[in-house]
Structure formats: structure tokens, C-alpha cells
Design a protein around this ligand. Structure first.
Ligand SMILES: Nc1nc2c(ncn2[C@@H]2O[C@H](COP(=O)(O)OP(=O)(O)OP(=O)(O)O)[C@@H](O)[C@H]2O)c(=O)[nH]1
Ligand SMILES: [Mg+2]
Length: 434
């Protein structure tokens, strides 16, 4: 399908400058360029057309198609990449008119996902996305193939052959989706047991390449893969980090977002993304050194909204402050602190600000903790470690009649502690925010 197997295929990028696009079209093409490079292509040229709206037949206008065809010939272009998901018919018409293979932004992103998927589940999810994407585009693919055969003409196979292929795809999709449902069920069980474990869960979210995995490593000492390329992380991982108070916080790292993330991918990765619904806090990691940080933040917020996570407590983490170059040499704080007063400013690479971020995390985790002062029997001593991990254990006194403790814990944990103590809570109450 849209595999770029030969290394460094020569790619020509095309974009549209239509009113009200979020990104400047040149910036968007830059980003498309890095996506194509991550998929194994080499950028040899680009063109942007200003239009009121896309051409219904060929996306870019007729004149531009001719212009691109001429340029592409001179540059020995292997494929033309459109900066948006094209309708299957547009992709087909463009290929016909250009006489060159046409790939769109979605095809490139799905291709990178296919390259990076590691786990079985990740691979199945990617294949579902690939097949869903490919299914309506079969006819074009067939035409491409017959052209490759050379001299066979441009007619595709008969409808019957196409229908057979669609049926094969549909059967495969049913099989894959069945497997995904089974994994989802297992995952659901794992999540429930994690929930009853009761630890605070902070999920790292953000634009791809913002440094989510690096922040995860800096906070937890984990060794999650970090790479200067889009969608290095596809499969979610969860790591424990112990805050100075002894409180355990779970951190989860997951797939990043990008402008115009293909809908088939979002659907296929639903199970992965649903993990975000368990999070007590979203750490929105931002590459503060990127010129398009505002647009990217808007994409992330919009994606979170579409996942039903708009109201989840979140903390913006301005990362890569070491690489920030403000206008007139302004520091990152001068440039961004007034606009994002609640944000944490860090460099996951140098470690700057990471201790502060840990403190912020501790404060967030402790937001609704309750104060408990109870006496528990010596037989329940094992509870102490769990109190320390889920909350903060301030004082422990071993007396003859039992263990007196003074602690702050999440509300969900209060009842369990009080039941062990026989409900003899000396003073339980909402804790004041520190
Ligand atoms: N200068 C600088 N580079 C950083 C910092 N944090 C991360 N990076 C670099 O940014 C690139 C992406 O980092 P990752 O942690 O892989 O980013 P990610 O958000 O997990 O990316 P995906 O998983 O691909 O979505 C890598 O080259 C990192 O070394 C930082 O604080 N400063
Ligand atoms: Mg990552």
C-alpha cells in the first residue's frame, strides 16, 4: 500500500493555503516534511497554492497540477505528498493527472505508526488503521499497480476483483477487531486492579516530539525510548516514581498528537487513548522552544476535547527551556510566564526545573487528601507502607494499645483505614492545601 520500502524515495510536498487554517501553510509543510522523512522519504521540492477552498476533483487546482507535474519531472520525483487527507477520488484524479504516485498526510502518519509499532497490540491497532484507510482507496491502488506493470494500460481490475479484495479486507478487519476487543478486556482488568491499588496516576500528553518520554525518564529514572522523530512512542508505558515524601505516583507515557491526526488511527488506538481516562492529572508537555507552540497546544487541547478529557485537571509543562531562543534574547520566563502563569518550566534534558515539577506533582496529588489520626492494631502494621505510598505518613507512635498514626491520604482510602482502626478516628477532616 503506502509503504515506502526503498530508502529515501524522492518526495515532492504540496499544500493549500486556504483561509482560516490553524497553521501557517509553510510551517505545516515543514512538519509534513519531517513526517515524510521519518517515513523514509527525502524532500526534493514543495509547492503551496492559495485558494478559497480545495478543488473537488484534484484538491489543488488544474493549473497547479500542470505546474507540479513539470517541476516533478525535472526533479525525478517518486511521489507527491499532499498535506491533508484527500478524498479517495481526489487522490486518484491527482495520480492520473500527474502520472506520479500520490500519498496524503494520513497515509504518511499511518506509515510511521506501522514502522514504530512494537507490541502485538500496537501492531494490530496499526493494521486496523491501515486497512480502514486502504479500503476506500483500493481502486486507485490497483491502477497504480497496473501502471507499474508497464504498458498494461490504466484500467484497473474488474469490479468483481475489487469486490473480492474488499471482502478479504473486511474479513481480516473482523478478525483483528476481535483480537483488539480481547486485549481491551484484559487491559480493562489490569486497569481496575491498578485503580484498586489506589496510586495517583499522572498521564503525559502532548504534541509528538515535545519530550514526553524524556520528561517521564527525568521524573522516574525510567529508560523509555527517546528519539528526535515523530511518534517514537506508540505503546503506552507506566512507571512508578516515588516523591521525596514517600508518596508513589504512577506516570504513564503514551502516543503523541499531531495536527490532522488521521481519524482511522484515532479510532484504532481508542483502547490506548482510553487509558487517559484513568488519569487523575494530565501533564501537558509542550516544546517551549518550538515557534508553533501555540498552534500545537491548540491541537492537543482539541484532541483532548474530542476524547472527552477537556475538564480533566491538567498541568502545562513547558519543556526544552534550554533550547528556547526568545525574540531579542528574552528568557523563556519573560516570554511565556505571564501567558502561562500556572505552567512548570523544565528542561528534561538538563534536569532544570525537574525538582520543582516533582513538588508540583506532590501538591497536585495531595489536593483532596484527608487528614487522619487513628490508632490501628499492631496486626495491621503492613498498612503503614501503603499509607506512605498513597499519601503522606507524618507521625507513627508504637504504643501498647496499638500504633498511633497521623497521616494524610486520598479520600478513597479513608474508609479502609478507619475500618481497620475500628472507626476510632481521632480527627479526620479535609486537609488544608499546603
Ligand atoms: N534541547 C532539549 N531537547 C529535548 C528536551 N527534552 C527532550 N528533548 C529531545 O526532543 C526529542 C523528542 O523527545 P521524546 O522524549 O522522544 O519526545 P516525545 O514527546 O516522547 O515524542 P513521541 O513519543 O515521538 O511523540 C528528543 O530528541 C529529545 O532528546 C529538552 O529538555 N531539551
Ligand atoms: Mg515518546
Amino acid at each position: 500500500m503506502i509503504e515506502m520500502t526503498r530508502p529515501r524515495e524522492r518526495a515532492f510536498l504540496i499544500g493549500l493555503d486556504v483561509p482560516r487554517s490553524r497553521f501557517d501553510p509553510a510551517d505545516s509543510l515543514d512538519e509534513l516534511g519531517s513526517l515524510v522523512e521519518a517515513a523514509g522519504g527525502q524532500i526534493v521540492g514543495r509547492a503551496v497554492q492559495k485558494r478559497a477552498k480545495p478543488d473537488p476533483r484534484t484538491w489543488i487546482g488544474k493549473g497547479k497540477v500542470t505546474e507540479v507535474a513539470t517541476l516533478a519531472k525535472g526533479l525525478r520525483v517518486d511521489l507527491v505528498v499532499a498535506d491533508e487527507e484527500l478524498a479517495p477520488s481526489q487522490q486518484r484524479s491527482l495520480e492520473e493527472d500527474l502520472g506520479i504516485r500520490v500519498v496524503d498526510r494520513s497515509g504518511v502518519i499511518i506509515d510511521i505508526f506501522a514502522k514504530h509499532a512494537q507490541t502485538k497490540e500496537g501492531r494490530v491497532q496499526v493494521e486496523v488503521a491501515q486497512l480502514e484507510y486502504m479500503r476506500p482507496r483500493l481502486r486507485g491502488l490497483w491502477q497504480g499497480l497496473s501502471r507499474l506493470g508497464g504498458g498494461v494500460g490504466t484500467r484497473g481490475p474488474g469490479e468483481s476483483l475489487l469486490e473480492t479484495d474488499r471482502r478479504v479486507i473486511d474479513r481480516r478487519l473482523i478478525d483483528l477487531k476481535g483480537r483488539l476487543a480481547a486485549v481491551e478486556k484484559q487491559r480493562g482488568a489490569a486497569r481496575r486492579s491498578r485503580r484498586t491499588g489506589g496510586s495517583y496516576l499522572a498521564a503525559l500528553v502532548g504534541y509528538t516530539n515535545a519530550g514526553k518520554s524524556t520528561v517521564m525518564n527525568a521524573l522516574s529514572g525510567a529508560d523509555v525510548l527517546v528519539a528526535d522523530q515523530p511518534f517514537a512512542t506508540l505503546d503506552p508505558t507506566t512507571r512508578r516514581t516515588v516523591l521525596p515524601s514517600g508518596t508513589v505516583v504512577l506516570l504513564s507515557d503514551t502516543v503523541g498528537f499531531v495536527n490532522k491526526l488521521p481519524p482511522t488511527l484515532v479510532a484504532a488506538f481508542r483502547a490506548t487513548l482510553e487509558e487517559l481516562h484513568d488519569a487523575d492529572l494530565l501533564l501537558h508537555v509542550v516544546d517551549a522552544s518550538h515557534p508553533n507552540l501555540h498552534e500545537r497546544m491548540a491541537v492537543v487541547r482539541e484532541t483532548l476535547r474530542s476524547l472527552g478529557l477537556a475538564d480533566r485537571p491538567s498541568l502545562v509543562v513547558m519543556n526544552k527551556i534550554d533550547a528556547f531562543r526568545g525574540a531579542d534574547g528574552a528568557s523563556v520566563r519573560e516570554a511565556l510566564a505571564s501567558e502561562f502563569p500556572a505552567a512548570a518550566f523544565v528542561s528534561a534534558r538538563t534536569g532544570a526545573g525537574i525538582d520543582d515539577l516533582r513538588d508540583r506533582l506532590a501538591r497536585e496529588a495531595a489536593r483532596d487528601w484527608r487528614h487522619v489520626r487513628v490508632r490501628i492494631p499492631h496486626s495491621a502494621g503492613a498498612l503503614l507502607q501503603r499509607i506512605r505510598e498513597r499519601g503522606a505518613l507524618h507521625r507513627v507512635d508504637y504504643g501498647e494499645g496499638g500504633i498511633d498514626i497521623d497521616a494524610e491520604v486520598p479520600p478513597s482510602f479513608v474508609a479502609e483505614i478507619e475500618s481497620v482502626s475500628g472507626g476510632a478516628s481521632a480527627r479526620s477532616g479535609r486537609r488544608a492545601a499546603r
